[in-house]
Design a protein around this ligand. Sequence first.
Ligand code: HEC
Length: 138
Amino acid sequence: MSYDVPSQAGTAAPRGGAGAGGAAAVGGAPGSDAMPFACVDALFKKACISCHSGDNNPQLDLDGERVEERLVGQASSQSGSCGGRTLVSTDGSPSLLLQKLSAAPPCGARMPVGPMLTNAEIECVTRWVDSVSSAGEN
Ligand code: HEC
């Protein structure tokens, strides 16, 4: 079963009426459909791509086009201590992306290195990952 990445057809295309800040995007029924990626993407741009982008890229590029495709169902880097895990699982198993935002990640440092995320920001990523992960269980 391959998971159909929702934004494949148009990068950052607004789905589900994700408004500025993505607040409107939060609230879909988990498991019924993938949550819009917009609030996650905005968060990456704000808090992650200073390290995780193109040239300046510890193992994971969270910038630019098709970020979702580099996350959903994808293995983490093989080079670091976080190697061999799934970034965003599609079967309900642990997703490294979320684990790295938790206080005690299973490998490496808590992300982002630097200022902490707000609870709302973590909630946004959590909901998106949960929606993707549980959608793949069916
Ligand atoms: C100041 C630089 C910096 C920032 C900002 C940062 N990271 Fe990282 N990230 C790193 C470094 C260095 C590593 C490799 C070491 C480790 O895993 O702790 C890493 C590793 C990771 C990994 C594991 C990748 C793999 O394939 O092994 C994930 C997932 C991750 N970061 C997510 C994030 C997210 C999400 C954000 C934003 C909320 C973020 N990072 C912000 C520096 C950063």
